[in-house]
Design a binder for this molecule. Structure first.
Ligand SMILES: NC(=O)c1ccc[n+]([C@@H]2O[C@H](COP(=O)([O-])OP(=O)(O)OC[C@H]3O[C@@H](n4cnc5c(N)ncnc54)[C@H](O)[C@@H]3O)[C@@H](O)[C@H]2O)c1
Length: 258
């Protein structure tokens, strides 16, 4: 059975990795729900998918806000039926030095990157249980395994997301709901560009050096593209992955492996 006709909710799908995932799942036959804080970018991704002959619609969501998540999922169910695939992709990268980060900023990082995925899973979970079929994919990171400094908000939440993945996988396995995490390396999106700008300013590097250095470090010789992550999502949603759950899968061009 393919994912033809299934409803796939992708958070943070207005741009970058989330956009590529939504495009791919729509190509695979799902109805892609483009869920983002940014309604303008979400609408443009819907248009792209529809122009390509796929099915999609947008919902506004703030994954950090329980009411917003529940309202968005309620609207999706009303419009298209229960969600079968959830990709917890929305994320932020902020400069968060452990010795300086404000508690407000710390809690904001937790809310978006750790509580958000749990809220989304809880909102779609009952529908998946009813269908006896579900796929939840959490977008973790290379930084679930390594730290570079001034990134306690990002590193901590992305590492915690692996624990959330394992715990959800164990709890939901009996309902035929598979839960996995993808750990992308350096993927060319505006988040990576923004991270580069922050690091270059901090370390007195010349503009563009961060991205060039990252690319040189990668054994496969190139930065990742959002489509590289979308391919892994497509696999995890396919029948071929029906014995894969609770895993953290690296997609990083060989940059890191353990
Ligand atoms: N780009 C990389 O190199 C890389 C590497 C590892 C992991 N990741 C992870 O992949 C995911 C996507 O990253 P990206 O590079 O495409 O980022 P991006 O900044 O290009 O896109 C993030 C999207 O999330 C949305 N978003 C942010 N906060 C939100 C919220 N509270 N509710 C709903 N939507 C929200 C934004 O509007 C945006 O559309 C993130 O979780 C990121 O941490 C990225």
């Amino acid at each position: 059975m393919s994912i033809e006709g299934r409803v796939a909710l992708v958070t943070g799908a207005g741009q970058g990795i989330g956009r590529a995932i939504a495009l791919r799942l729509a190509k695979d036959g799902a109805t892609a729900v483009i869920a983002d804080l940014n309604e303008e970018t979400a609408a443009s991704v819907v248009a792209e998918i529809e122009n390509d002959g796929g099915k999609a619609f947008a919902v506004k969501i703030d994954v950090a806000d329980e009411d917003s998540v529940n309202q968005a999922v309620g609207n999706i169910i009303e419009r298209a039926g229960p969600v079968s695939i959830l990709v917890n992709n929305a994320g932020i990268f902020r400069d968060t030095p452990a010795m300086e980060v404000s508690m407000k900023e710390w809690h904001f990082n937790l809310a978006v990157m750790l509580t958000g995925p749990l809220l989304c899973a809880r909102a779609v979970g009952p529908g998946m249980i009813e269908q006896r079929w579900g796929r939840i994919i959490n977008m973790a990171s290379l930084m679930s395994f390594v730290a570079y400094g001034r990134d306690v908000g990002y590193c901590t939440t992305k590492t915690g997301l692996l624990g959330l993945t394992r715990s959800l996988a164990a709890e939901l396995a009996g309902h035929n709901i598979l839960v996995n995490a993808i750990c992308p390396g350096n993927i060319m999106t505006s988040m990576l560009e923004e991270t580069g700008r922050l690091v270059e300013l901090r370390d007195g590097m010349e503009p563009g050096q961060f991205i060039r250095d990252r690319a040189n470090d990668i054994p496969l010789g190139r930065l990742g593209q959002p489509e590289d992550i979308a391919k892994m999502v497509s696999y995890l949603c396919s029948e071929d992955a029906d014995y894969v759950t609770g895993q953290s899968l690296h997609v990083n061009g060989g940059l890191y492996n353990t």
